[in-house]
Write a protein that binds this ligand. Structure first.
Ligand code: GAR
Length: 194
């Protein structure tokens, strides 16, 4: 079985969309794959309850308990490697990863970013897109490399920016598309890995 480990920091709605797609689309039968664990750097991440309700293994590695990014990433990797993952999926995981961590999972580490990369890497993407006068925004699923929010693009989707959009209304429109595109991009990755 190909184990997928999902890393979250917050509400985990992308994680939930991936878990639902895995069940609905029978990833176990089609790809020999399953979501094996959900790991958070925050104990209060809402997505942990969602994962537990689905009887998925969970773990919390609180980043503030560690003296450096390197030590945190080593503990995170230990928690991930318990599940011998074929794929590690960042789903709203709001930590910058060290080069050593990225190298360990090279080629099997995916991220979703709420902008049309290479535009607007980093934080506050929706506010920045509105302030720049963009007429469209979107999301990008990409391979993770050492450089933040770079790496080969696997999927993108575009949404309009409306004249009365706020960062919150735009974020909600983009998130709806994230829930559609991220599971599909993972299914495509699994299909190609077969
Ligand atoms: C999503 O919009 C995701 O694209 C973004 O955080 C949100 C998490 O929502 N990720 C980043 O900004 C990564 N730099 P979720 O916890 O409900 O999936």
């Amino acid at each position: 079985m190909k184990n997928i480990v999902i890393l979250i920091s917050g509400s985990g709605s992308n994680m939930a969309a991936i878990v639902r797609a895995a069940e609905r689309e029978q990833w176990a039968r089609r790809f020999g794959a399953r979501v094996a664990a959900v790991i958070s750097n925050r104990a209060d991440a809402g997505g942990l309850a969602l994962a537990k309700a689905r009887r998925i293994a969970t773990a919390v590695i609180p980043h503030q308990d560690f003296a450096s990014r390197e030590v945190f990433d080593a503990a995170l990797a230990d928690a991930i490697d318990v599940h011998a993952p074929a794929l590690v999926v960042l789903a709203g995981f709001m930590r910058i990863l060290t080069p050593g961590f990225v190298a360990r999972y090279e080629g099997r580490l995916l991220n979703i970013h709420p902008s049309l990369l290479p535009a607007f890497p980093g934080l506050h993407t929706h506010r920045r897109a509105i302030e720049a006068g963009c007429k469209v925004a979107g999301l990008t699923v990409h391979q993770v490399t050492v450089e933040l929010d770079h790496g080969a693009i696997l999927a993108q989707a575009v949404v309009p920016i409306l004249s009365d959009d706020t960062p919150a209304s735009l974020a909600a429109r983009v998130l709806t598309q994230e829930h559609r595109v991220y599971p599909q991009a993972i299914a495509d990755w699994l299909s190609e890995a077969n």
